[in-house]
Design a binder for this molecule. Sequence first.
Ligand code: 5AD
Ligand code: FES
Length: 361
Amino acid sequence: MDMKKIIDKIKNDLKLSADELRLLLETEDEVVLEQIFAEAYRIKLKYIGNKVYFRGIIEFSNICAKDCLYCGIRKGNKNIDRFKMTEDDIVKDAVWTYENDYGSLVIQGGEIESPEHASFIERVVKRIKTETDGKLGITLSLGEQTPEVYQRWFTAGAHRYLLRIESSNEELYKKLHPADHNFARRLDCLRELKKTGYQTGTGVMMGLPGQTSEDMVNDILFFEREDMDMLGMGPYIVHNETPLAKEVKDFDKEKQFMLGLKMIAACRIYLKDVNIAAATALQALNPQGRELGVQAGANIVMPNITDTKYRANYQLYDGKPCLDENSSMCKGCLQRRIEKVNETIGFGEWGDSPHFLKKKK
Ligand code: 5AD
Ligand code: FES
């Protein structure tokens, strides 16, 4: 099948087959890619408008009980200083986010399951809600938890949750994680989050060792089947202090970057009305990474608002940008980048996923 037929189908709003999605992800023809990105962007404009929403992301702790083979803050990495911000510091950053009109905040940290951790987050969420008059939207990205904990944090005021499945292929998932990491539990957690009432997001990494384009097509079908509201996906990037790094011989930055853009475009074309983040990992591979992500169909960017002193210790992959910058610098920088591609920033708005809002009606 030729690509022209596929592009015509997209132009006519016809649903692509799995095989067509695969060809889209595999193409390296620059002219075709330009058309695909332009179509994905057209669909973004149609379903979202020419708006990008900011989520200030605070990476509040790198203490993690997990040992994912690709991740720089895995428990087994003894070469980083572990930190956890205080409750007051997190709330201070959240208030900064609110005062700078970002609309929403993402609280992310290593995966910890304990009664103390559950209460800590619950208190933080409640305080942020109170100190911002309930106006700052709160997304949590804190991994697998029990249904009770998800419920407590929801009641405290968090309304969105991100939990990447990392790969929807259970076999591949097993190769990327130690034996005690459980795919079935992660999936249960994702379903539980939806049941609790969260606007729920997931995502995968692209270009993982051993991952095929079929796997990524199946990831997209997984997002559809699980009725996800939001997607955060990024290309896999080697982190040298991890076991997986040893399996990667020639890391091809450009190829990984293009795969990141193609996956965003494919998801926008196929799923249409979900929120899609232009992940920071894109910018680690290309200085214009995030704005190119928006031009390939993404509508969310997450400016880092973590205190600069902690940033160097929260590196999930090598080459993470913005380590020496502070929140104000990242704000100005991203604002310029987004406005340069003729998009407006939805300051002061939550920017909920249209897919989620449609279901609520
Ligand atoms: N490259 C790209 N993304 C990574 N993540 C973790 N390690 C890496 C890496 N080496 C992603 C995972 C996780 C999210 C917080 O960061 O998908 O869910
Ligand atoms: Fe941080 Fe550009 S986004 S410096």
